[in-house]
Every structure is written in structure tokens, then in C-alpha cells.
Design a protein. Structure first.
Length: 120
């Protein structure tokens, strides 16, 4: 079933913003958050995002379905990343002896049938 998240019309500074500005802020925040692992910068970004979100004056009842979808999607991504990386954290953790449940090789194109297989 396709879930439709309806637009909630309000007269707030966030709703009056041009959609291009909203997309620009979304991508700028996403790229900035992905470029750092410093907890203080991430915390400052979280506070700024919470303030930005609060300016829309949305109620929990109106956004509950969207938040449930976001939480489930994030949990699926986290679990997938855990199994794909073998549970190892790349920075700051000794991964010389990881306990890997299973691993999935990267797929690549081959010149023989079945034409798709583990990448070299």
C-alpha cells in the first residue's frame, strides 16, 4: 500500500520558504552531518535542526505516521549496515579480529555466464 503523507498548510516562516531553499537546506545539512564524526558538531546540527523543525508548529498527532516511517527506515538501514560491515566500526576500533556472522561480496559484471558475480 502506498503511504501518502499529506501536506499540512500553516502560516509559519518554514511554510513560507521557497521549496528550493528547503531542498538546499536539507542537502546542506545532510552533507555537513555526513562529513564529520565530531559529536559536538553533530549535536549543534541536531539542535539547529530541532529549532528549524519547531518553527513549522507541527503537532505530534499530525506527524506521527511520518515519524514511525522514518524510525523504521533508519532501523532497517542500521541493521543492514551492521551485517554488511560485520559489526565493525571503521574509525577508532581495532577490527583485526572481528566476529562476522556473514558477509556479502560486492557484485560486479563478468565476461562469462551468469555475467554477474563477486567483484575482484
Amino acid at each position: 500500500m502506498l503511504i501518502n503523507f499529506p501536506y499540512i498548510q500553516r502560516d509559519t516562516p518554514i511554510h513560507r520558504l521557497d521549496p528550493r531553499a528547503k531542498f538546499l537546506l536539507l542537502f546542506a545539512y545532510g552533507l555537513a552531518a555526513a562529513q564529520t564524526s565530531n559529536i559536538w558538531i553533530i549535536l549543534a546540527g541536531l539542535i539547529a535542526a530541532a529549532w528549524y523543525y519547531s518553527q513549522a508548529h507541527l503537532k505530534w498527532k499530525e506527524t506521527r505516521q511520518v515519524w514511525i516511517f522514518i524510525i523504521i527506515l533508519n532501523l532497517m538501514i542500521i541493521v543492514s549496515n551492521y551485517f554488511l560491515s560485520g559489526g565493525a566500526v571503521v574509525k577508532g576500533v581495532d577490527i583485526s579480529n572481528p566476529h562476522i556472522l556473514f558477509s556479502l561480496p560486492f557484485l560486479g559484471l563478468k565476461s562469462t555466464a551468469p555475467y554477474i558475480g563477486p567483484a575482484p
